[in-house]
Design a protein around this ligand. Structure first.
Ligand code: S3P
Length: 433
């Protein structure tokens, strides 16, 4: 067990460069592995989740080299993976599990996927249902709708899938299986979720299109594909990781922080909109665009925040940032209502419960609801011992809470930040004055 003590800081100054986006890093290994030729990835996130994805494809015969400043994936082509001789270990990673299931559904050999206790309790029916209706053959070995999953060869057909949830993992699993199908495949989701799979598939040569409908729903289409072709990918910084440092600068009086290389894809940038609605002083500079993905540097200054309502179609664009938003809301003036976010219950932990537990321990006024939470901002929090419950986003959000709280805060099982941000605490130390 690792325990990290966080002491309040006077102010935060300087700059931080945000590590690579986790979602895009996963996808670059996956598409690189099933493309022809070599894919070179720079600013790849070397977090535990993305290393799980690398481990899975290595076991299926893909040579993946970790160079000092890039990753080289020597792709095998769409049908060139080979049967692994053991279970594929997906660790803590829901993205690995759900996306790779789409790819494995199209292979001519069986595979078994299994992860840690948290992963093996997360819902997998959401991908089994559409993939099996395409002709895949996926079973939950414990018959509980969770991993371990066994994926046996099947012949895939194109379908239209009406997804009940706005989930990029579900959408991506179906689109990736659609590459192997005998006819076009499409997925309609209730609100647009992150579109990194669609953008990257286009870059690798697949035919993918998205329709945004007037009622807020969105449909992604993919055509069956002969081959994908290796690409150069420069991964933008992860806005989900940037959120901790943006929040830190907003919450600690006197702070001014340059947060560099933040991915600004509009399907991910809801956190910035919420910050603005709460009264945040954030200046966008140095905007650029590569591989369909925007990025920018953000100059963030301490701001007196006010409560807001976070609901509806914005939720999928900030789902992983809700623990951080909840902490900000506790420091704000007025009420913050977060709703339409029942998906929080099926993340690495039930984040309605784990955010509530942490904020209550620090003295906040929070009421959990069926699909979110209500926080009465009191302007301050008290240091406390916080259980991360091995959830990286809980550990990081409450570390930031600790910087601005009265007294010391302890984060129990703090090493879980390695899942998405191994250098998180070093970066935090480097900007504290
Ligand atoms: C992810 C999608 C989101 C997000 C997760 C990463 C992805 O999950 O919470 O951390 O890379 O596609 P859902 O698609 O289940 O909402």
């Amino acid at each position: 067990m690792s325990v990290r003590t966080i002491s309040p800081v006077k102010e935060l100054k300087g700059e931080v460069t945000i590590p690579g986006d986790k979602s895009i890093s996963h996808r670059s290994i996956m598409l690189g592995s099933i493309a022809l030729g070599t894919t070179e990835i720079t600013h790849f996130l070397e977090g535990a989740d993305c290393l799980s994805t690398i481990g899975c494809f290595r076991k299926m015969g893909v040579e993946i080299e970790r160079k000092p400043s890039s990753i080289l994936v020597h792709g095998k082509g769409l049908r060139g993976l080979r049967a692994p001789n053991e279970t594929l270990n997906v660790g803590n990673s829901g993205t690995t599990t759900r996306l790779i299931s789409g790819i494995l559904s199209g292979q001519s050999f069986p595979t078994v996927l299994s992860g840690d206790a948290s992963l093996n309790s997360r819902p997998m029916k959401r991908i089994m249902t559409p993939l099996n209706s395409m002709g895949a053959n996926i079973t939950s070995l414990n018959d509980n709708g969770c991993a371990p999953l066994c994926i046996e060869p099947g012949t895939l057909h194109g379908i239209h899938y009406q997804s009940p949830v706005a989930s990029a993992q579900v959408k991506s699993a179906v689109l990736l299986a659609g590459l192997y199908a005998d006819a076009p495949t499409s997925v309609t989701e209730p609100a647009l979720s992150r579109n990194h799979t669609e953008l990257m598939l286009q870059g690798f040569g697949a035919y993918v299109a998205t329709d945004l409908h007037a009622d807020g729903t969105a449909t992604a289409h993919v055509e069956p594909c002969e081959e994908l072709y290796g690409q150069q990918i420069c991964v933008p910084g992860d806005i989900s990781s940037a959120a901790y440092f943006i929040a830190a600068a907003l919450l600690v009086p006197g702070s001014e922080l340059l947060v560099k290389n933040v991915g600004t894809n509009f399907t991910r940038a809801g956190f910035l909109k919420v910050c603005k609605a709460m009264g945040a002083d954030i200046e966008t500079i140095n905007q650029s665009f590569e591989g369909g993905e925007g990025r920018a540097d953000l100059l963030v200054r301490f701001s007196q925040l006010k409560g807001t309502t976070v609901e509806g179609d914005i939720i999928p664009t900030l789902i992983d940032e809700i623990p951080m938003i909840a902490v900000m809301a506790a420091f704000a003036e007025g009420t913050t209502v977060i709703k339409d976010a029942a998906e929080l219950k099926v993340k690495e932990t039930n984040r309605i419960d784990t955010v509530t537990a942490g904020l209550k321990a620090m003295g906040a006024d929070i009421t959990p609801t069926e699909d979110g939470m209500i926080i009465e901002g009191t302007g301050h929090l008290s240091g406390a011992s916080i259980q991360s419950f091995l959830d990286h986003r809980i550990a990081m959000a409450f570390s930031i809470a600790g910087l601005a709280a009265d007294g010391e805060t302890e984060i129990v099982d703090s090493q879980c930040v390695d899942v998405s941000y191994p250098e998180f605490f070093d970066t935090l130390d480097s900007i504290a004055v």
